[in-house]
Design a protein around this ligand. Structure first.
Ligand SMILES: Nc1nc2c(ncn2[C@@H]2O[C@H](COP(=O)(O)OP(=O)(O)OP(=O)(O)O)[C@@H](O)[C@H]2O)c(=O)[nH]1
Length: 355
């Protein structure tokens, strides 16, 4: 039977080894905004050290998953944990938490957790992804991005980037990292967190869903202006034969706008086509769509070949009623995605970056 409660928002906290996730978590869980959050921690090794650190510092309920890497072999454990916590952490039939935070290991691929959340029959109805928050060490971030594709993927998929250890970072390192992140993930808000200080509210309600009566900031969620700006700069830099993103050339970020309303059946066919042919190389796709016969927009978002079902929004966020889509891809050029979009409409999409 389908549960009648609204799905529980899940925040995924990712970040490369030693980036500062646990320090951040210890600071976050003492904040009132996370008083109703259940934290799930996954850590390598026999001794769940991180678990103890958090448990001793707060009164929040904390779960620990069995040791192993969340990205590969224990998705079954994640399903079991997500399934069981709803009754294990209930009192008199009342669930004692309203949201979940999952801290992943430094090597985890966030996509794997998102897939479990969105597709597994035992959890997909009960939970929804609220956002992927990625912590990046500002001092060593360049090195991690140079040498570890996991770090690039974690940064590219993020809805929000937390830049840790600014006190250990030179002005030059900071500038270089920001420029590089402009290429990998131009739109995610970036917050520098000195000794993990950040208001937890900035990391919550990052998706296109309304929670606790709050109207979601869909414009901020999509932020297609950041993609358009990035494409323009990227093009100009190529023009001047100076590509600051040379190490990340396989990551592409771009956006499209479509002027005419999309027939709903074509939208379904397009999602199928996209996921079947290039799904695994789409790190992130988000869209606000004007669908024929609907007064209000549909929000879509996907991570690799998994799409969240299109979500009707209560209103357009502005007077701009065009469909807008943003993509972060790996080894997939803009033109390839553009070609698939032909099926959605007859005139070609407005190419927002000019050339
Ligand atoms: N100087 C400085 N050190 C920090 C800051 N934030 C975290 N650290 C330190 O960075 C180290 C790594 O932090 P952790 O929170 O353990 O990092 P993690 O991402 O959980 O690490 P793993 O679990 O190993 O992946 C710790 O020694 C922290 O004290 C900061 O803003 N400034």
């Amino acid at each position: 039977m389908r549960p009648t409660h609204p799905p529980i928002p899940v925040t995924i906290l990712s970040g490369f080894l030693g980036a500062g996730k646990t320090t951040l978590l210890n600071q976050l869980v003492s904040q009132p905004d996370l008083a109703d959050a259940l934290v799930i921690i996954n850590e390598f090794g026999e001794i769940p050290l991180d678990h103890m650190l958090v448990a001793h510092s707060t009164e929040n309920m904390v779960m620990e998953m069995s040791s192993g890497c969340l990205c590969c072999n224990i998705r079954g454990d994640l399903v079991k944990t997500l399934r069981d916590i709803t009754w294990r952490f209930s009192r008199q039939g009342q669930r004692q938490f309203r949201r979940v935070l999952i801290e992943t290991t430094g090597l985890a691929d966030p996509a794997s957790i998102v897939h479990t959340l969105m597709t597994h029959s035992q959890v997909a109805d009960r939970y929804r992804l609220d956002g992927i928050v990625t912590v990046l060490d500002m001092a060593t971030g360049q090195h991690s991005l140079d040498h570890h594709s996991e770090a690039v993927k974690q940064a590219a998929m993020a809805d929000c980037l937390l830049l840790a250890k600014p006190d250990l970072t030179t002005a030059e390192q900071r500038t270089d990292l920001y420029r590089r992140l402009d290429g990998i993930n131009p739109a995610a808000p970036r917050w520098e967190i000195d000794h993990s200080h950040i208001d937890a509210a900035k990391l919550l309600d990052l998706g296109p869903f309304s929670t606790s009566g709050k109207v979601p900031d869909v414009e901020q969620w999509l932020n297609e202006e950041a993609y358009a700006e990035h494409e323009t700069h990227h093009h100009e830099e190529h023009h001047h034969d100076h590509d600051i993103n040379r190490h990340d050339d396989h990551i592409k970020a771009f956006c499209f706008a479509i002027d005419t309303p999309i027939p709903e059946d074509r939208l379904t066919a397009w999602i199928d086509e996209l996921t079947a042919f290039i799904g695994s190389n789409i790190l992130r796709v988000k869209g606000l769509l004007n669908v024929e016969g609907r007064e209000h927009p549909l929000a879509i978002h996907g991570v690799q070949h998994v799409f969240h079902p299109p979500t009707p929004l209560p209103a357009w966020p502005s007077d701009d009623h065009r469909s807008r889509l943003v993509f972060i891809t790996r080894d997939i050029d803009r033109e390839v995605v553009e070609e698939t979009l032909r099926s959605l409409h007859h005139p070609m999409p407005d190419r927002r970056d000019g050339p």
